[in-house]
Design a protein around this ligand. Structure first.
Ligand code: SF4
Length: 363
């Protein structure tokens, strides 16, 4: 039985979205477009919104990008987060442009006086700050030459300490709208650092494994690392980092949350692994159905929680599809349409996808 007991945290508002407290674990992603290219960035944000992304972050590498944030923000629905590294003036400009949250990296934002300027700006704009600590850019790393000889436990302790030190700077200014992330590129340090921090603070945690890799390795790393923490009730918002189209980050994040029974998202598609009995290209059919559903927010909404079966043959298919709300079991050039375990009609193979989409749309 999966425990759904969540760690108690304060609640932070990011635009219209609430993070922490009793609010559902939210899903976020990051654009991989050049933020100065407003059209491309908005196109990707729109795709992310349709896929169910709830917060989106964009890179702000220079002043030109910072000055485009207002135009981006104006034409999107979900909260916009500005990702700031090195130059605190970019954070000030991002706040001026109306973003909903600022992410700063204490390891590279510079001295305390700069952080104070950013905090003052966020405070007067009423927006939160995420303190994003990454294992690769710790302040402590600058004090040593060569490769650190820290154990995993020491790495995690240092990461948590640097986050807590930064939190203190903000809270000393009576600024409490804070989210923290502690990310390493391996699961162990990520889990440990988050557990240490969670034991010492009520600040909501943004979870992620940084530079997790391409789709399969990144999804597996994230599922294990984030899944472990979420199962322990730690984590209030998640981002799955993938070297991939960010829409896949959103889908993976929801699959993790769905597996832990923390969120529902789209349908559950029950498809068989296919064996020599199949006379239909099930993989192609399932991928096409998924593509249609996961790129259309209405279909996503209507199919939420539904079990849809796509099985390769009528030998085992009908039995295995019994628990599905509806679906199809293949034969040669045709298939049996099943609803709630009953065989209702026979469909030509070419009509399967349209019939499934039609069924969802009519819900
Ligand atoms: S449903 Fe049929 S085709 Fe699919 S794996 Fe089972 S036996 Fe093979």
């Amino acid at each position: 039985m999966i425990s759904r007991k969540r760690r108690k945290t304060r609640t932070i508002r990011v635009g219209k979205l609430l993070i922490g407290g009793d609010n559902p674990v939210s899903v976020q992603s990051m654009c991989n477009t050049d933020t100065r290219d407003i059209r491309a960035t908005l196109r990707q944000i729109s795709e992310l919104e349709d896929a169910g992304c709830e917060i989106v972050r964009v890179a702000v590498p220079n002043m030109d990008a910072a000055q485009k944030l207002g135009a981006v923000k104006k034409r999107m629905k979900i909260p916009l987060v500005a990702d700031i590294h090195f130059d605190w003036r970019l954070a000030l400009e991002a706040v001026k442009q109306g973003v909903d949250k600022i992410r700063i990296n204490p390891g590279n934002i510079g001295d305390k006086s700069r952080v104070i300027e950013v905090v003052k700006a966020c405070k007067s704009a009423g927006i939160p700050i995420r303190i994003g600590v990454n294992s690769g850019s710790l302040k402590s790393l600058k004090k040593i030459t060569g490769k650190p000889k820290w154990t995993t436990g020491q790495w995690a302790e240092i990461m948590a300490k640097e986050a807590l030190d930064e939190v203190k700077v903000l809270e000393d200014m009576n600024f409490r709208d804070i989210v923290v992330s502690l990310k390493a590129d391996d699961i162990e340090r990520t889990i440990l650092a988050n557990k240490i921090f969670a034991g010492k603070s009520d600040i909501p945690l943004h979870l992620g494994v940084t530079e997790a890799g391409t789709f399969i390795s990144g999804a597996v790393k994230s599922a294990i690392g984030l899944g472990f923490l979420l199962k322990e009730g730690i984590g209030d918002t998640i981002r799955v980092s993938l070297t991939e189209n960010p829409v896949m980050e959103v889908r993976t994040a929801y699959e993790i949350l769905k597996s832990l029974v923390l969120r529902t998202y789209g349908p559950e598609i029950i498809s068989c692994p296919v064996c020599g009995r199949a006379e239909v290209n099930i993989e192609k059919v399932v991928k096409e159905i998924e593509k249609k559903i996961f790129s259309d927010k209405n279909l996503l909404k209507k199919s939420k929680g539904k079990k849809i079966a796509v099985m390769g043959c009528a030998v085992n298919g009908p039995g295995e599809a019994k628990e599905a709300d509806f679906g199809v079991c293949g034969g040669k050039g045709r298939g049996v349409w099943i609803e709630k375990g009953k065989q209702v009609k026979v469909l030509k193979e070419k009509d399967w996808i349209a019939e499934i989409i039609k069924k969802i749309a009519a819900m």
